[in-house]
Design a binder for this molecule. Structure first.
Ligand code: NAD
Ligand code: ATP
Length: 524
């Protein structure tokens, strides 16, 4: 009996025709439902209660299946309709875009002298674009320009209809202050008043060697046996297989020579003055350690920084995407290029002492890759830091202190203090308070071009302490100030995949960001 029922069940399901996508046809389900009823009707006649119950259950299942199939069919019809709508909308947008981009289409039936005028203006426009590109080339700064100087374009309909034209305007911007012409660019001038950006300013950057790298600086985390072992092995491989010149820190050279006189070819430097010239000799920097070693490496370069390849020892860091175990494959690919890089912006920090505020000759700035922190040190008083952004008063920080962070540093101390995580390729200055006394004090992000000034009021009850990437603490006496702005020398770090993929991997693997634990239940 039960064998029969099972078989009929199988037959019923086998007879449900399925679409390519695996969905069951609701009409066939309806007929199957009837078939089940017809088949069972005589069989159950006069049988016991169990069979009646079972046939009821079977009917309910078939009905449920039919309803589900109807639902799916309905959803599919809906989806097809939306897809059609989407395609129409897309085609319309593409048409509009095309219209906006092609200059010829803008010249509808205007009087001929008017069109001539426009053509001349366009010539001038293209000349202007040419000039801008030339100027970009010279300055090493690229601004993508859309210029459409002067009078109407897509407003021609309104002109024909005798309607008023929209006011024309011109946008300009400058970096590095009003006074510097060098970085000034006229950008957009649209008679229509529509502002668009031609290109995204910050894209995935690719580095292609024009001549092969010759010299590599290898930096290692101190007091680490694994770093020492991999360092010696890597240097031997770079010399024997890649014929490269190697630089290491004075400490590392002594360590290598203690191991073997083979490492006699390794170069180093004598003093800080010589270290300052490293960027003129080194094509590539390799770090073996954690994020701290990358910070250390960056701090050796007070100006331009060669590309940095950061190998992690053990766990992956936020700025160390390469595994040291695979150094040969990674370095092979990097030395050959092209490689994706992240340009990690740095902040330059000046401490201005009250006693020396009228002196023109201030100390060299300190460059940070993560952040500069101003805190209360051992004092038990709240900090009282008066902050300005350019010439605008921002706020007074009363709390444990303030972090001015780069976007690379956004996953470090700033994050612990409640700041947001920001993709490292975004240029900006994060303004994150540390344990602020006021509950409404939320973190801010300033644009890249501003200068932030943190002033210790002359009447402050206590000094404050400033530290750079967690190091080099300095005392800020009442009346002293810290000036912080974006440095012109970023740190180019090689990516394992690309900027975004590496960033996301670091926050997923390093922080377990938004990871929810799911309970594995045994299915009954
Ligand atoms: N409460 C905190 O979270 C806190 C406190 C002090 C310093 N720090 C951070 O430590 C940094 C100095 O690092 P260190 O290695 O010289 O000191 P460290 O040896 O004390 O290490 C600090 C930790 O911060 C991590 N770290 C460093 N840079 C990071 C980054 N950009 N993103 C995510 N994590 C990062 C390191 O991997 C390490 O685990 C400082 O720049 C500061 O950002 C954090
Ligand atoms: N070559 C170096 N010379 C001097 N100090 C260094 C050097 N490399 C790293 N440091 C310092 O040693 C400390 C530890 O460096 P490490 O690279 O292990 O950083 P970490 O980020 O703490 O490591 P992890 O990511 O494994 O937690 C840091 O404070 C760093 O500034």
């Amino acid at each position: 009996m039960y064998t029969f029922q099972l078989k009929s069940n199988e037959n019923a399901s086998a007879s449900y025709p399925q679409h390519e996508n695996g969905h069951v046809d609701s009409i066939s389900l309806l007929s199957s439902e009837k078939t089940v009823q017809e088949l069972l009707e005589p069989a159950i006649h006069g049988m016991d209660g169990h069979l009646v119950e079972f046939s009821e259950a079977l009917r309910t299942v078939t009905k449920a299946l039919r309803l589900a199939a109807e639902g799916i069919a309905c959803a599919q019809a809906d989806a097809a309709e939306w897809k059609h709508k989407y395609e129409l909308e897309r085609a319309r947008n593409m048409q509009l875009e095309h219209k906006a981009l092609s200059p010829e289409e803008h010249h509808c039936d205007l009087p001929s002298e008017r069109t001539e005028g426009l053509n001349n203006q366009e010539d001038a426009t293209y000349q202007a674009i040419g000039q801008t590109l030339k100027c970009c080339g010279e300055n090493g700064i690229c601004t993508h320009v859309i210029l459409r100087d002067g009078e109407a374009d897509s407003d021609c309909e309104s002109v024909k209809n005798g309607k008023k034209k929209k006011a024309s305007f011109k946008l300009a911007w400058c970096c590095k202050g009003e006074s510097s012409d060098q970085y000034k660019h006229d950008v957009v001038s649209f008679a229509t008043g529509n502002i668009t950006t031609a290109e995204h300013s910050s894209k995935q950057i690719s580095l292609k060697w024009e001549t092969s790298p010759q010299t590599v600086l290898v930096l290692t985390r101190p007091n680490s046996t694994s770093a020492r072992i991999i360092c010696a092995e890597m240097i031997r491989w770079l010399k024997e297989h890649k014929k490269l010149d190697i630089f290491v820190e004075p400490r590392v050279r002594s360590e290598l020579l203690t191991e073997s006189s083979f490492f006699n070819f390794v170069h180093t430097w004598e003093d800080d003055k010589e270290a300052l010239l490293l960027h003129t000799k080194v094509d590539l920097v390799v770090t073996l350690g954690g994020d701290g070693t990358v910070l250390w490496g960056a701090s050796l370069f007070k100006g331009p920084v060669p590309p940095v390849v950061a190998f992690s020892l053990g766990s992956l860091g936020f700025m160390t995407p390469f595994y040291s175990e695979h150094y040969k494959e990674s370095l092979d690919a990097i030395l050959q290029g092209p490689i994706s890089i992240t340009l990690r912006h740095r902040l330059q920090c000046h401490v201005i002492q009250e006693s020396a505020k009228h002196e023109l000759d201030t100390d060299e700035p300190t460059l940070v890759l993560n952040e500069v922190t101003i805190n209360r040190g051992i004092s038990s008083f709240l900090t009282n830091l008066v902050c300005y952004c350019d010439h605008n008063f921002v706020t007074t920080v009363q709390g444990d202190g303030l972090i001015l962070s780069t976007t690379s540093g956004s996953t470090a101390y700033s994050l612990a203090a409640g700041g947001s995580m920001v993709h490292p390729q975004v240029p900006g200055i994060l303004f994150t308070p540390i344990s602020p006394h006021s509950l409404s004090f939320r973190p801010l992000i300033f644009p890249e071009h501003v200068t932030v000034r943190v002033q210790i009021p002359s009447k402050s009850r206590s000094p404050a302490w400033v530290s750079f990437d967690g190091k080099g603490r300095k005392k800020l006496e009442p009346g002293d100030a810290l000036l912080c702005s974006m440095a012109p020398w970023p740190v180019p770090t090689a990516c394992q995949v690309d900027s975004t993929s590496d960033f996301l991997r670091s926050i997923h693997d390093g922080l377990h960001w938004n990871l929810r634990k799911t309970l594995l239940r045994t299915r009954i």
